[in-house]
Design a protein around this ligand. Structure first.
Ligand SMILES: [Zn+2]
Length: 548
């Protein structure tokens, strides 16, 4: 059992696109063969050698006393007693604040432990230690849910109305036993862990043939999705668009964007020595590079870059022990966040750092208590991908002769997110809709049919998101579409692109105040979930390809 694998279900871990993007992560047969040419040297980073001692490696293992869930249980019980005793509102408010603060502390500890574990991902002892923190956060959330629903059903309803949502109410309405709530939460944690671990068991099983693996994964998926319907698949992520809308737009994506992707890819391979264009200086610190360009964007971005560098809130690992992938996670009590980047390859490291720094920058402006985190990925991924695109204007300076190849590569990556996201979105939605009449073989066939004309090397077994967080993946498509709106402005009016980015970066992705379309409207973006927008984007990208 590996509960640590299911982080995405609970935490605000914001996975980097590059980690799951189809072109980058298929180690068997990548669409873009990224060979490195060590003879070529590039300007990037040459003045920023990392001092070994500077690599932040000094995160303390948090005290696991915080994982003792009886402290939270006592505090919830106290709240319930105060409600029953009809105490003053001030007393109830203080109880609420105490619980929110306690959860922030657990969250902080979880994030620290997460980084410690992810940089030693093969260490079994650390894994079980990390799982304690993860389990504590999971169960604490359920217990606080319980207490807040109890309050909502009392005469203090008003104090709790912003703290409970429909899901909490459905889950806990009519429950009158805190002890039973805890046992149920613990059981549900184990159950989820088992579902996820069966996926990892299959993908790691060397005795299974490729075909058997796909069928077994399809079987696990069908089983997992029995708990979902076409509404809950999207509503759990606070979406303001439907699966039917995605299905319709998917047609335009396939007919308009896939041909442009192929055109851009041709341009990319037309560049002489394209494979030499990758930054291959392992010794540079990408966050110092970000710091050096940040003042050219804005004072606020500069401020965030200074914070992340001065406080060393990032961990970069490049070794066999570390987790491969990148993410940003919050430290809510300090209003900070930590970034982890592991084994992304020297050619991806700057892009990965810029992406995660976009999340970091946004986190600094988001003061939502961690208990209330909505983690709206549709918005969060615009904050990261948008910044990646803003950095395109510095590529000539950063990459010198390798600039064109890197620009095309970045645009291809993002376009790949849109296309893969729509294809996976269509796959997932169709399976949820038709699951009662589908066999595992039909699930595999549907997947292959959708991906064949785009990327035949990608398989169901390659996409952990399908199993860890059903319904989540489409966010990569919607957010990249929105990020391309910044790209369009960047080509014509960089100042406007920056203003748009600054607005979206300060739009809370956690408070629940904004949904995707709403946030776009508020920040002056186009309505990106339309056929017209996608067609215009295809034209724009086609012109961009012609400019090389
Ligand atoms: Zn991200």
């Amino acid at each position: 059992m590996r509960p640590s694998r299911i982080s995405a279900l609970l935490t605000a871990v914001v996975l980097s696109v590059s980690m799951i993007s189809c072109s980058d992560n298929n180690s068997d047969l990548p669409r873009i063969q990224r060979e490195r040419n060590k003879d070529e040297e590039f300007r990037i980073g040459q003045s920023y050698a990392v001092d070994e001692e500077d690599i932040p490696d000094d995160i303390e293992i948090p005290d696991d006393e915080i994982c003792d869930i009886s402290n939270i249980e006592k505090e919830v019980q106290l709240l319930i007693s105060h409600i029953d005793d009809k105490e003053d509102e001030a007393v109830i408010k203080e109880d609420i604040q105490n619980l929110l603060d306690m959860y922030d502390l657990i969250y902080d500890a979880h994030t620290d432990m997460e980084i410690v574990f992810y940089r030693n991902y093969t260490d079994k002892a650390l894994e079980s230690e990390y799982n304690k923190f993860y389990r504590a956060a999971f169960v604490a959330q359920d217990l606080i849910d319980y207490g807040f629903v109890y309050g909502y059903d009392s005469k203090y309803s008003d104090l709790f109305k912003d703290l409970v949502d429909e899901e909490d109410l459905n889950e806990h309405e009519g429950e009158y036993d805190l002890e039973a709530a805890r046992l149920e939460s613990e059981a549900s944690f184990e159950e989820r862990s088992e579902a996820i671990s069966s996926y990892y068991d299959v993908t790691n099983d060397k005795d299974l043939t490729f075909k058997e693996k796909q069928l077994e994964c399809a079987d696990i998926l069908l089983d997992l999705l029995t708990d979902y319907d076409t509404d809950s698949l999207y509503s759990q992520y606070d979406r303001d668009y439907t699966g039917d809308e995605i299905l319709k737009l998917g047609k335009t994506v396939k007919s308009e964007l896939i041909p442009v992707y192929n055109k851009l890819l041709d341009k990319y391979f037309d560049i002489p020595d394209w494979s030499a264009a990758f930054f291959n200086d392992d010794s540079s610190d990408p966050f110092e590079i970000i710091r050096s360009y940040a003042p050219r964007l804005s004072a606020d971005i500069e401020k965030s870059a200074n914070i992340i560098c001065d406080e060393k809130l990032y961990t970069i690992c490049n070794n066999a022990y570390a987790f491969s992938g990148a993410f940003t996670d919050d430290l809510p009590t300090k209003n900070r966040a930590r970034i982890f980047i592991g084994n992304v390859g020297s050619e991806n490291i700057l892009g990965s750092a810029i992406h995660e720094f976009g999340h970091f920058h946004a986190c600094l402006y988001d003061e939502t208590p961690s208990y209330l985190f909505k983690n709206n990925m549709d918005i969060a991924e615009i904050q990261s991908q948008g910044l990646e695109l803003l950095f395109l204007q510095f590529y000539d300076d950063i990459y010198g002769d390798g600039s064109d190849a890197n620009k095309l590569s970045k645009v291809l990556d993002l376009l790949d997110s849109v296309i893969c996201g729509f294809l996976l979105g269509e796959f997932e939605y169709t399976v949820v809709r038709d699951k009662d009449n589908m066999t595992p073989q039909e699930v595999v066939d549907l997947f292959d049919e959708l991906f064949n004309s785009y990327n035949p090397y990608i398989n169901i077994s390659d996409i952990p998101h399908l199993f860890e967080s059903p319904g989540y993946y489409i966010s990569y498509a919607t957010s990249s579409l929105a990020a391309f709106d910044i790209f369009e402005d960047l080509m014509k009016d960089p100042q406007k692109a920056l203003e748009q980015y600054e607005k979206i970066a300060k739009t809370s992705f956690n408070s629940g105040e904004f949904t995707f379309k709403m946030a776009l409207k508020e920040c002056g973006f186009s309505d990106v979930l339309t056929k017209e927008y996608i067609t215009a984007l295809a034209d724009e990208l086609s012109d961009y390809a012609d400019s090389f």
